[in-house]
Write a protein that binds this ligand. Sequence first.
Ligand SMILES: [Zn+2]
Length: 827
Amino acid sequence: MRCLTRAEAVERAELLAVESYEIDLDLTRDGGFRSTTTIRFRAARPGASTFVEIKPTTLVAATLNGVQLTPAMVDGNRLPLAGLAARNALTVEAEMAYSNTGEGLHRFVDPVDGETYLYAMSFLDQAQRIFACFDQPDLKAPVTLSVTAPPDWLVAANGAVAKMDDGRHTFVTTQPLATYFVTLIAGPYHARYDEHDGIPLALYCRRSLAADLDKEAGELFTVTRQCLDRYHELFGVRYPFGRYDQAFVPEFNAGAMENPGLVALRDDYVFRSAVTEGQREQRTVTIAHEMAHMWFGDLVTMRWWDDLWLSESFAEYLGVRVTAEATRFGGAWTTFAMRRKATGYIADQRPSTHPVAPDHVPDAAHALLNFDGISYAKGASVLRQLVAWLGDEPVLAGLRAHFAAHRFGNATLADLLAALTKASGRDLRGWADAWLRTAQVNTLRLEPVIVDGRYETVHVVQTAPESHPTLRPHRVGIGLYDGGVLRQRVDADVDGVRTAVPALTGLSAADLLLPNDGDLTFAKVRLDAGSAAALPRALPALTDPLARALLWAATVDAVGDNELPVADLVALIVTALPAETEAVVVADVLRMSRDLLDRYLDTGQRAAALVHVAQACDRLLRTAAPGGSLQLATARGWIGATVDTARLAGWLAGAEVPDGLIVDADLRWSIRYRQAVLGAIGGAEIEAELASDPSALGQEWAARCVAARPDPDAKAHAWRVVTSDTTRSNRIVGGYAEGFWQPERPEVTESYVERYFSEMPAAARLRTAWIAEAVASLAFPRYAVASTTREAAAALLARDDLEPSVRRAVTDMDDGLRRALAARSSA
Ligand SMILES: [Zn+2]
């Protein structure tokens, strides 16, 4: 599929003004669907030419201003339009294909009951897989949708149903929408309805999840109401799209998608098994994030994808903030500090790093690559820093003015900066250059000079990598902790290489000095020598979960940079993790340290380290409250680390299960997965587990388990699916890719290292860009830590026929290898 370039989008936006879309979809046909679209649009220069995008199986007919166009003129996904009039009407009728990739009109058959479910995902440039359109974010227009579906189906879309008769649904005309927001769901969906503050609310899911959704509906509606109220308070602009429906849909690629009036969320969020409070918090943050997009993205849309951050950074910042302020998940900033920011720091230090607001995104394919930790977590952190610097009121006043000026239109970075400058009275150009226009991350270290137990001086020393030497202004807190308790927090405006903090002079020295206490800025932090030495003692005693999260994150980061040996992290897990009380911290420490253990240690060292990790989990399991989040997070960590196959089998049989821990479907599967990795079960056990849980999630787990078995036939099967099978869905392919590489028995997959580099370029071309990047990352031989693997990666990257998604995945994964090799050679 040829993707739109920025230059083409600019030219087309200058030429066209789209007035309306009338879309008619017939979903009652076999094999595919019929799409008939009429677009009314003006052209600034009559006589000029342009093109419309559509990706049909067969283009049936097209007319422009009553004149028939030859269907054979369609060139890939583009239908040329010549001799435009001042006002035009284009009608395109086409046979279209359903997808199994989570993009376009995705078709899913529920393995539990055989029911069929459809949903539309138009993001990023996939609307053209559903209807003919000018598929770029700044040609917005009202949409009138009609859908013919089987009479017993529920059909919902961006607007409310205006008329329904025997399966024929006509929806009210929407506010102006960017093409990438046009959506619908169709199928025998289960629904729950409510209303809040004059806004109709709905929740949808598959019938086989109905009982689970009904259990969750109370919490889902509650947080939806709380977030709506908070956004109304913050923005002073009411929710502008009528209904607020949320559809939990199968095999979704992202967490969710902010379609106005009908948000799509992955239906993994309809919890069927026990979950931690952290998972509930994450679901709430997702709900709040999508709702923020109703203003940032949907009401005011970026002109082109280079301003993606205007959507995602704001949605991420506000999603966490509004969750923390308006819902019962008051600790959302702690999770952000530990989990989300780690993705930002990692992405920002990779060779593929880019500014939060990049200067140039040449086309839609490159735009997709920027949906990463930089556009989300770094951008959100930068906004938090902006609020710390300017104050909340000026920022909110600027945002309100921005919404008013660009309501239902498009805007750019310059527009937003103008609004914020006017509201705050501050010149933001220097700030924007440092924070938005330059890539990479600074490191902040404290340099205290202590005389007779008191600080004589304390400096904050700021550094930047040689490749990106920008130093930035940071407003930070510095925490003084004694015996685990915060004695005092001092604010500092860091600027340049060395910043003195006079407020600390004369104070008695603390046990531990924490730079960036409160987590207001985006910077790596390193402790001074005295605080580092005190860490193993101080960390378990700290009462503030955010401070603990920051210290764990800094430790993991230092190990990732090879400034600390992995052994130090393992030792800290042994001393400090059993005292941890936050499930989120336990889950993330275990997940992040596992990644380092798996790649930075050789097989023998790794096995020894895992024994320590499993023992630390075991100690925590003995004290964690029965049935609580901490117990569940720890149990998952233990399952992932243990090699005690007898005890794993015992838990499945109900033997010696910790009191209060429910071994339900998903926990059973995580045990099965570990057994598969260890070679303790074969295909028969996986089949038996699938027979008792044939659900969609069960199918994904089974794919992961099959791929994980250290068995040549299982590996061959998994590899075939990953590299050549297009009949299976995105999630199943992803499951096979995820399970394939395991550090346990590298000899079983040795021959696939070379095959990855020779086969992936062609394999990726079988997939859409989104799936290609996921597969290229997941199937990368991440545990083949050897210079020969890096040489193969370099040879691949030297080719000029790589899809951008594969180039990005290999570049970043190779950088992970570089770090792992350095760690192993220094060990
Ligand atoms: Zn988003």
